[in-house]
Write a protein that binds this ligand. Structure first.
Ligand SMILES: [Zn+2]
Ligand SMILES: [Zn+2]
Length: 128
């Protein structure tokens, strides 16, 4: 039983890495194709466990399903308001500026999450 749980966890973690900021439903769809015996409840529970243990980030936004990110180092996100897709924003320099400004307010920073929102390329082009 223990062995099976470990295997399920690693399968789900692999799916998380293979997909781009997926929802739990997307992870489940991906995992089920290879391992039809994995239940939806298991996928949701394991993903929640990853978030609790700091193995994954939970990206929450009002009105849309929670998305998961295996990359737990602080980084910026862009979220599409049409399809809900989340992408990483790669930038340099901003972090330090923002952290310094926050420190100026006497705040000790443990981490951060920045999210930009707008419309992704596919949605702009009308591809769904
Ligand atoms: Zn979109
Ligand atoms: Zn990310």
């Amino acid at each position: 039983m223990q062995e099976r749980q470990t295997k399920q966890k690693s399968i789900i973690y692999d799916a998380l890495k293979a997909l781009d900021h997926p929802t739990a439903t997307e992870v489940y769809g991906y995992v089920r194709e290879q391992y039809p015996t994995v239940s939806r409840a298991t996928v949701f529970r394991v993903l929640g466990g990853f978030a609790d243990n700091g193995k994954a980030l939970e990206l929450r936004a009002a009105g849309s399903e929670v998305r998961y990110d295996y990359n737990v180092t602080p980084h910026y996100h862009a979220r599409c308001e049409c399809c809900g897709r989340v992408a990483d924003v790669k930038t340099a320099g901003l972090d330090e500026k923002v952290l310094r400004a926050t420190a100026d307010h006497g705040f000790s920073v443990r981490g951060y999450s920045v999210e930009f929102f707008g419309v992704c390329k596919d949605c702009q082009e009308g591809v769904s």
